[in-house]
Write a protein that binds this ligand. Structure first.
Ligand SMILES: Nc1ncnc2c1ncn2[C@@H]1O[C@H](COP(=O)(O)OP(=O)(O)OP(=O)(O)O)[C@@H](O)[C@H]1O
Ligand SMILES: [Mg+2]
Length: 325
């Protein structure tokens, strides 16, 4: 408990390695955090840093390699298939592309009704119909016009509203939102973000919100976790991260926001050199060191610890640790 809130999700030293012909790919490497009920953790970082893999591993959509996932007080890391089915009701996911994630052969009614079929809920036809229309109204869709249409007949915003309604169907406590607005027009993005924030308050939801867009992360998150090549590099409250980013990678990400956020007082844009290399059998160094403008000898030889440098502000950087010791 903290501030009267319960910890809904605790992730301890979570790892997910994929077998590849060149060796194990460290997609998620030693991630730990606590997420309180009703809060949103934003997860940011460049493409391929492991955001989706982290979300999917937490939801048990893919098995973990090591570590623990504790949801609502229960260790779910290795729970059985039968129990996983029950867990699905409480943990849901909203995907990035509302077109690819909706079956084009199914009508809107069939899509939102599907979770009820899978979980054998609302056997009474009228009751099901009522629940589907209620969910449509909750996400701002008019059932009268839309219930019998198909995804291709609708614009991206409406399609994503259907994805949200489907995720809400079973009354979940927790939703992993994996880039839910990235595929949408900018004008629609704000509508969907506002809808998701309203729903969070109305339905007491807890989110992990994955995005590569830092402005979006700031808008929606209580805390932000910055990932780099499977590792945690920085975590702080959303406000603090923008006011006082410490890791050179976070600074570079913030300075790369096209219209600099007024709350980030970075002096000049720092351009990241090089590209993210694949974390296949990475060496024991700071994974950011090959691209870091400040890297020193120790950065190339040892992996920095993730330490609390000010209240609830964590960073994994040899240089920052030095400053504060
Ligand atoms: N099934 C898989 N098998 C092998 N490697 C995988 C698999 N899924 C993901 N990866 C690799 O794991 C790493 C992390 O991928 P992931 O999709 O989690 O990144 P991401 O941060 O979500 O990227 P994006 O922003 O592009 O969605 C990448 O190097 C990716 O190639
Ligand atoms: Mg992804």
């Amino acid at each position: 408990m903290s501030n009267g809130k319960n910890v809904l999700l605790e992730v301890q030293n979570l790892k997910k390695y994929f077998d590849t012909p060149r060796g194990p790919l460290h997609a998620v490497d030693d991630i730990s955090f606590k997420l309180f009920e009703g809060e949103t953790l934003g997860v940011v970082g460049e493409s391929g840093c492991g955001k989706s893999t982290l979300g999917r591993t937490i939801l048990r959509l893919i098995p973990s390699t090591a570590g623990k996932i504790i949801f609502n007080g229960t260790d779910i890391t290795h729970i059985r298939r039968k129990d996983l089915r029950e867990l699905r009701k409480q943990m849901q996911i909203i995907f990035q592309d509302p077109f690819a994630s909706l079956d084009p052969k199914m009508s809107v009614f069939q899509i939102i009704n599907e979770p009820f079929k899978i979980h054998k809920l609302y056997k009474d036809k009228q009751e099901r119909f009522n629940r589907v229309t209620e969910l449509m109204e909750i996400v701002g869709l008019d059932p009268h016009y839309i219930i019998n249409t198909y995804p291709h007949e609708l614009d991206g915003g409406r399609r994503q509203r259907i994805g949200v309604a489907r995720a809400l169907a079973l009354n979940p406590k927790f939703i992993v939102c994996d880039e839910p607005v990235s595929a949408l027009d900018v004008s629609i993005q704000a509508q969907i973000l506002n809808l998701m924030m309203d729903l969070k308050d109305e339905l007491d939801l807890t989110y992990i919100f994955i995005t590569h867009n830092l402005s979006v992360a700031k808008h929606i998150s209580d805390d932000i976790l910055v990932m780099y090549m499977g590792k945690m590099v920085e975590k702080a409250s959303s406000d603090r991260l923008f006011e006082n980013p410490l890791h050179p990678y976070t600074k570079a990400l913030l300075s790369a926001i096209p219209i600099p956020d007024a709350s980030y007082k970075g002096k000049e844009a720092e351009v990241l050199q090089g590209e993210v290399t694949s974390p296949v059998m990475p060496s024991e160094n700071c994974r950011f060191s090959p691209r870091c403008p400040l890297a020193r000898e120790e950065c190339f030889s040892a992996s920095p610890e993730f330490v609390e440098v000010e209240d609830k502000h964590y960073v994994a950087c040899h240089l920052i640790k030095k400053c504060n010791n």
